[in-house]
Design a protein around this ligand. Structure first.
Ligand code: ADP
Ligand code: MG
Ligand code: ZN
Length: 476
């Protein structure tokens, strides 16, 4: 029997607010353990949480970018469970009515476009973090992360393969980073994904029993974990067994998933509205305000680049992978007026230099004005293509302008007609025998004169001018 995977993803994105969701503590990553804490985020009795307005604004940004309907009123709920990284004994989350729902995003993969539904987006607080020391049989708890704002984005079970899941994940990651509401750092846990997966016989409707996969901290791991899990479930089903509904952990080193715990149901959490927080009211004016401030999103930018700059879809895709890269490219084009040539240089040398050193475009030593200047110098014939390669490398190493490098290295093509004429006259004067031969009809001797002229100018003469001048002057 052939099985079809059914996959739905739950994504947790840490929001880039300065402070936590219900208190004034810093939400920054990486501080010494337990230094970003106060009675509110430590969950002391009697404290009162106050909602950070930025969190709602960021949630609305993501809702609009993923075509969700924004609900005008919603509330926070307590999700009750015990864990040592959760001192209150409950997480403040949202349950019955989410602030945003019924959205979608389009993803491209395998050359096809596919629409993936978004069930809901809601806001919640993060829990703390347990740290384990291999050499010491103890668990340490760091509560800096308690109360850091998250949005959870739940997809419809619309995904049908591991590659499609990775493509969807990349798209959401790209949108969050473009909106500048999440730094997208998967290693630091600011972008996390749980994957729900079940199999069903191909051609049938009802979903099978799902497993939930956790602990995947890269796009590649999500894809690998899903590929493994598809095979595992297939093996179970083909052997006449049943998939157990459970939470499984991905083991990156071993390349397998293993059971962590039985799957808890919503009623296990005894959700109820948080009595300490008033309902959140989002009016039309607020949504409009956020909509007006939305940046251009990746797909829109891609389409505009293709239209405005007449560059291929591939180029537009590469050049819009980040806002900073797109801005860099647009600045180069604005300054040199050559969209396709600029695209080639940015995608070629610039990205290659940066990739070699794992640097971001924002750290690129070549300023857009320098690259644009170099492109203009090629277009004007001041330097040739081969010289340009040398110039771009030197610009990257030194951060100097193309003009400075050309002068330093003496790279300028000689296009001064007077100077070239003088050189050629000298060569003609010194080689009367060859002149005689040429004038007598021996065309091949022309090559000898070109060679002499290039030698005399150390290869810097503009080849076309040498040709033209030689023809004219040898003719007598
Ligand atoms: P919870 O994890 O809290 O139980 P949900 O029931 O809302 O959450 O489902 C979480 C995710 O699992 C959603 O992305 C949904 O699309 C997906 N999902 C639900 N049922 C299945 C299934 N049978 N197979 C695969 N994915 C599923
Ligand atoms: Mg879940
Ligand atoms: Zn606090």
């Amino acid at each position: 029997m052939e099985f079809e995977p059914v996959i739905g993803l739950e994504i947790h994105a840490q929001l880039l607010t300065d402070t936590k969701i219900f208190c004034g503590c810093s939400a920054k990553f990486g501080a010494a353990p337990n230094t970003h804490t106060c009675p509110v985020c430590l969950g002391m009795p009697g404290v009162l949480p106050v909602l950070n307005r930025k969190v709602v604004e960021f949630m609305i940004k993501m809702a609009l970018a993923t075509n969700c309907a924004v609900n005008r009123e919603c509330n926070f709920a307590r999700k009750n469970y015990f864990y040592p990284d959760l001192p209150k004994g409950y997480q403040i989350s949202q349950y019955a009515l989410p602030p945003a729902e019924h959205g979608w995003v389009d993803v491209e993969f395998d050359g096809r476009q596919k629409r993936i539904g978004i069930t809901r987006i809601h806001m919640e607080e993060d829990a703390g973090k347990l740290m384990h020391d291999e050499h010491n049989p103890a668990s340490y708890v760091d509560l800096n992360r308690t109360g850091v704002p998250l949005i959870e984005i739940v997809s419809e079970p619309d995904i049908r393969s591991a590659e499609e899941a990775a493509a969807y994940l990349r798209r959401l990651h790209e949108i969050l980073v473009y909106l500048e509401i999440c730094d997208g750092n998967m290693e630091e846990g600011s972008f996390r994904c749980d994957a729900n997966i079940s199999l069903r016989p191909r051609g049938t409707e009802p979903f099978g029993t799902r497993a939930e996969l956790k602990n995947m901290n890269s796009f590649r791991n999500v894809q690998r974990a899903l590929e493994y899990e598809i095979k595992r479930q297939q093996y179970v089903l083909e052997g006449g067994g049943q998939v157990v509904q459970e939470t499984r952990l991905w083991d990156d080193t071993a390349g397998v998933t293993h059971s962590m715990r039985g799957k808890e149901e919503a009623h296990d959490y005894r959700y109820f509205p948080d009595p300490d927080l008033v309902p959140i009211v989002i009016d039309d004016a607020w949504i409009e305000e956020v909509r007006k401030a939305q940046p251009e999103l990746p797909l829109e930018k891609r389409e505009r680049f293709m239209r405005a700059y007449q560059i291929p879809a591939y180029d537009a895709g590469v050049l819009t992978t980040s806002r900073a890269l797109a801005d860099y490219y647009e600045e180069v084009v604005r300054l040199c007026g050559e969209p396709k040539i600029a695209a080639n240089w940015v995608m070629g040398d610039i990205l290659r230099f940066l990739n070699e050193e794992k640097r971001d475009i924002r750290e690129c030593p070549i300023a857009p004005a320098s690259l644009a200047g170099m492109i203009r110098l090629i277009q004007e014939g001041t330097i040739n293509g081969k010289m340009a390669k040398e110039v771009s490398e030197a610009m990257y190493k030194s951060g100097k302008t193309p003009q400075a490098i050309i002068e330093e290295k003496g790279l300028v093509q000689i296009t001064d007609e007077g100077a070239l004429s003088e050189t050629i006259a000298e060569i003609i004067g010194k080689n009367p025998a060859q002149v005689e031969q040429y004038r007598g009809g021996k065309d091949k001797v022309f090559g000898f004169f070109v060679g002499q002229a290039m030698k005399a100018t150390q290869g810097k003469a503009n080849p076309q001018m040498i040709n033209d001048l030689l023809k004219k002057m040898l003719a007598g």
